[in-house]
Ligand binder design. Structure first.
Ligand code: UDP
Length: 427
């Protein structure tokens, strides 16, 4: 049969969470642009929300080789679905390429979990969170217990999350290839370690930004949101001075107590900084919050609150001067490519690792992990937005330049994406 007549068909099945759905839809669009046929498989729940809130249906109409298919996740419609889903790959006799939507540094920590157990460094309990970690090659000297994923703190070898990630090195090296949403200039030394396990590595990140170069003018209007984006915050940002606003968002999964929210609220208002804050309605553990009167004045004067923002557009806005983030990997990369310095308040999974890299290795911001205190929040915001503003903007600018270069012709992610497409076509 004429190979040209039937383009190869790729089945993409993301974890049913906002981050992976977002980045893998971008990957799907890139593969469609290269002439591949794609079936994008999502759960019914994700499908309903994508159809309601994103513009994927109109966007993908332009790709005749794209099909959106659904599958049940077996949960009732009103289930909160906030916990991490477990998954297991089955051998279906087809070539499988894994896509990791977490950082390479966290993936490497997962690969080293057996070694950490063997050396007795995990699991642990107690308060000695500054104890250095010695058994992760490439992270000696700056990596501490508190920078490990939260499940290492449980004190138990039977922790379900620990057991979920324990076989990562063997699982990943069994696949035909491994796609990581990162770029060589950001995580080169760690990628060299991962390559020893998975030689066929495609580093093609920041995934969301390829489309900016391949489809200039269109990418900001491409939304893969599972919530309704409140565009009024862009109008508000338009009226703020350059680099004056701290954008605050803890992603799609983090849940906080009312007390933690109050600490952030006081810290933000007391810092005197302007802020745009995303408060998802399902992100507070107890009853809905009333804004205490002492906060409402400062919030009215300098703040703006939405339930969900067009985040990529916000981070690209000239008024944004910093990002208070939970250090989710998509958020981190979106901030890196726009050159926006970060304050990190990691919540779980890879975020503890990411925030250490942002603060200590890449020098792109400040890591506030394991504290939630209004005085520290105020001080950290002032440091990022005022006292050390120039220093952080300089390093963020530099890294953004590297990120953009790697996406252009001749750049590492550009080349790796081409290699990926050619390899799929040759399968
Ligand atoms: N996001 C968004 N609007 C918001 C908050 C988040 O569009 O108000 C997007 C953000 O751009 C990112 C994703 O949601 O692509 C969050 O993914 P991330 O990996 O940062 O964190 P997670 O939600 O998985 O914890």
């Amino acid at each position: 049969m004429d190979q040209e007549a039937v383009p190869p068909h790729v089945l993409i099945f993301p974890l049913p969470l906002q981050g992976p759905v977002n980045s893998m839809l971008k990957l799907a669009e890139l593969l469609c642009l290269s002439g591949l046929h794609i079936t994008f498989l999502v759960t019914d729940h994700i499908h309903t929300r994508l159809v309601k809130y994103s513009n994927i249906q109109s966007r993908f109409n332009g790709y005749p080789g794209f099909r959106l298919e659904t599958i049940s996740d077996g949960l009732p419609e009103d289930h909160p679905r906030l916990e991490l889903c477990l998954w297991k790959s089955n051998d279906v006799g087809l070539p499988i390429i894994y896509v990791r939507t977490i950082s390479a540094c966290c993936l490497w920590v997962f690969f080293c979990l057996p070694k950490l157990i063997e050396s007795g460094e995990i699991p642990f309990t107690g308060n000695d969170l500054d104890t250095p970690i010695k058994s992760i090659p490439g992270m000696e000297g700056f990596f501490r217990r508190r920078d490990l994923p939260m499940f290492c703190r449980s004190g138990s070898l039977s922790d379900p999350n620990l057991n979920l990630y324990l076989p990562e090195a063997t699982e990943n090296s069994r696949a035909h290839g491994l796609i990581v949403n990162t770029f060589d200039d950001l995580e080169g030394p760690i990628l060299a370690h991962i390559r020893a396990f998975c030689p066929n590595l495609y580093t093609i990140g920041p995934l969301h930004s390829h489309l900016k170069y391949k489809l200039p003018g269109q990418s900001l209007s491409s939304s893969n949101s599972l919530w309704k984006e409140d565009m009024s915050c862009i109008t508000w940002l338009d009226s703020q001075p350059p680099k004056s606003v701290l954008y605050v968002s803890f992603g799609s999964l983090a849940v906080m107590t009312k007390e933690q929210y109050m600490e952030f609220w006081h810290g933000l208002v007391d810092s005197g900084s302007r802020f745009l804050w995303v408060i998802r309605p399902d992100s507070v553990t107890s009853d809905p919050m009333d804004i205490p009167s002492e906060l409402s004045k400062g919030t009215k004067e300098r703040g703006y609150i939405v339930q969900w923002a067009p985040q990529e557009e916000v981070l690209a806005h000239r008024a944004v001067g910093g990002f208070l983030t939970h250090s989710g990997w998509n958020s981190t990369l979106e901030s890196v490519i726009e050159g926006v310095p970060m304050i990190c308040w990691p919540y779980f999974l890879d975020q503890q690792v990411n925030s250490r890299y942002v603060g200590e290795v890449w020098k792109l911001g400040l890591d506030m992990k394991d504290t939630c205190d209004r005085v520290i929040i105020e001080k950290t915001v002032r440091e990022l937005m005022e006292y050390r503003k120039d220093e952080f903007w300089k390093s963020a600018d530099e890294m953004a330049k590297y990120a953009k270069q790697c996406l252009m012709e001749g750049g590492s992610s550009y080349g790796n994406l081409e290699r990926l497409v050619n390899d799929i076509k040759a399968m």
